[in-house]
Design a protein around this ligand. Structure first.
Ligand code: GLY
Length: 571
């Protein structure tokens, strides 16, 4: 059999054998995590996980490996991995100190508040949907501050992949599914549809020479290889092919921001999280604080009691998110006050174990001690041999972002502008209703649901690295992964594989994946929940660290079965 045909047949077999869905509770006992002693990477693509391990074996630390993973994902997962989007990174060093990098996109300087209403532009598709990309600045900044290997080494795996990869089933399916959208834009059609109009085949060799050149420029010139010179010229030229607003000055002025880590606790564990403009840290911590007084473990994994409580906790967290969350450089966000135990308890005072609270009756709360200060995405978790840990989530927002690829550069631009409250009070792509604080303004970062998180155990040791894609559903996904491990004692693979539920205040219904037990759904219905079935959401990538009596650690990697390409590996 010719090599390509053999690859296609094998890939189709793997594709049909993979569950690509949640695993019901009844089948969860047999799920085993990937186990390793020294280091682990759980990412959205096997080649990205391989890149991480290659860099770790070369003597790189977890940040080197995370940066290599980020660039590799931009090549092998172009629906979500990116150079043209943004994200967040949480880092815990071996000595327990921690930091975060915010490389969320910003609104171009020419943006204005009514651009998607009176201005008639689209925040979801096309050039005007793109914010100024932050990923390259963020990865380079994190590498400069924390990395150990030269940038040239860290970019090498991505450049090699850009020279040619064999298309995974997931990539071939996504490219084919979106080809009509790709054809709307000349540059996208050129880079991401076949030259003779046929469908992409699984296992077909896919070469990205223009993207390889962009990566080489970054390898040579660091952030200037993207924000200045030829790459910047290509981005600005692409803007002129549509109604894009990104200018040379916007690109040169973009900065990743190092922000203090946001901390909270849950059942003796310490959470290290991303603060605003990511909403995920605050919402996750609020929801965990809200359920902490209740005996989840006694009620049982995926029991109606536990899911009802979690839904009510998420309802209140999302109502606060809609009102309070914004870019902290523009709006005072009372992060600490929103996490105060007394405040969260006051929000749960109206919780009724027997009935839902209508979202119409739950608006945002007002913390009493306000200080004077004022699907698509991909997540990866990396732990190195010295105990350094990195949780990174990056996104273009929707699959392939704005659907606009930069001509001659071969990477997609985000449609992150839709994460602003483009029309305050109206739902966005994710159905989120958001407030004035998150309105569009030049240079402002749009609120994100991304929730990269690192947890320490009761003894202050590294315990877990987690995160997920899924837009607004990221927050409920990460909430369930954390409680699955801490409350219900699941291993890393079980924690990511079980069916999930989601509630986000508005719309006032609970989404659930197939496989949630029938008795649970009946119990939720009796409590007044409107239930809406979704095929699947989220794709969590997790590392859990276990210690024996002598403190010797074992790493468990969990890769979400909902996406064929998700992959955990270690050594
Ligand atoms: N673009 C999805 C998010 O950041 O929430």
């Amino acid at each position: 059999m010719p090599r390509l045909t053999l690859r296609i047949v094998l890939a189709l077999f793997v594709l049909s054998a993979a569950p690509a869905t949640a695993v019901p509770l009844a089948a969860a006992d047999s799920l085993e995590p990937v186990v390793a002693r020294t280091a682990m990477a759980s990412t959205g693509h096997p080649d990205a996980s391989r890149a991480a391990l290659q860099i770790l074996r070369q003597g790189g630390n977890a940040v080197d490996a995370a940066v290599a993973t980020g660039f590799a994902l931009a090549v092998v997962s172009p629906d979500a991995g990116n150079l043209g989007g943004g994200g967040f990174m949480v880092i815990r060093r071996p000595d327990g100190t921690a930091t975060t990098w915010d490389f969320r996109e910003t609104a171009p300087s020419g943006a204005w508040r009514e651009m998607y209403t009176d201005g008639g532009l689209s925040s979801q598709v096309g050039h005007a949907a793109a914010g100024v990309p932050g990923t390259v600045a963020g990865l380079i900044a994190a590498h400069t501050a924390e990395g150990r290997l030269p940038l040239a080494d860290v970019l090498a795996p991505a450049i090699e992949l850009a020279q040619g990869q064999f298309l995974s089933g997931r990539n071939a399916i996504l490219f084919n599914r979106y080809r009509d959208e790709f054809r709307q834009f000349e540059s996208t059609a050129r880079h991401f549809t076949t030259s003779d109009g046929r469908l992409w085949a699984v296992g077909e060799r896919f070469e990205q020479p223009d993207l390889a050149d962009v990566l080489r420029r970054i390898q040579r010139d660091g952030r200037d290889g993207f924000y200045r010179g030829r790459t910047a010229d290509l981005i600005v030229a692409e803007m002129a092919r549509g109604d894009g607003l990104i200018t040379h000055a916007d690109l040169q002025g973009y900065r990743a921001v190092e922000r203090p880590v946001l901390t909270s606790t849950y059942r003796g564990h310490r959470l290290l999280m991303m603060g605003p403009p990511a909403s995920g840290g605050i919402a996750l911590a609020q929801a965990l604080r809200a359920v902490e007084p209740f005996p989840l473990a006694r009620w049982g994994l995926q029991s109606a009691e536990a899911v009802h409580l979690a839904g009510e906790a998420l309802r209140r967290a999302f109502a606060d998110r809609a009102f309070w969350l914004a870019d902290p450089d523009f709006v005072d966000v009372p992060a600490r006050a929103l996490l105060a135990p007394r405040y969260v308890a006051s929000r749960m005072a109206s919780f009724d174990p027997a009935r839902t609270t209508a979202s119409a009756a739950v608006s945002h709360g007002t913390p009493p001690d306000l200080p004077a200060e004022g699907t698509e995405t991909t997540h990866y978790s990396v732990v190195d041999g010295e105990g350094m840990a990195v949780a990174t989530t990056v996104t273009l927002n929707d699959y392939f972002g704005s659907k606009v690829a930069v001509g001659g550069a071969g990477f997609f631009l985000n449609n992150e502008m839709d994460d602003f409250a483009t029309a305050p009070g109206e739902p966005n792509f994710w159905g989120l209703v958001q407030g004035e604080a998150n309105a569009v303004a030049p240079g402002k970062r749009m609120v994100s649901s991304m929730t990269p998180v690192i947890l320490e155990d009761e003894r202050g040791r590294l315990f877990m690295v987690a995160g997920s894609p899924g837009g607004s559903r990221i927050i409920s996904t990460v909430f369930q992964v954390v409680t699955n491990v801490i409350d219900f004692g699941l291993n890393a693979q079980q924690a990511v594989a079980l069916p999930r539920f989601h509630h986000q205040w508005l719309p006032d219904h609970m989404e659930f994946e197939g496989g949630l037990p029938d008795a649970t759904r009946e119990g939720l219905g009796e409590r007044g929940w409107l239930l809406d079935r979704l095929v699947r959401f989220g794709a969590a990538n997790v590392v859990v660290v276990r210690y024996d009596d002598r403190g010797v650690r074992t790493l468990e990697g969990g890769a979400d079965p909902r996406r064929d390409d998700d992959d955990a590996r270690g050594y």
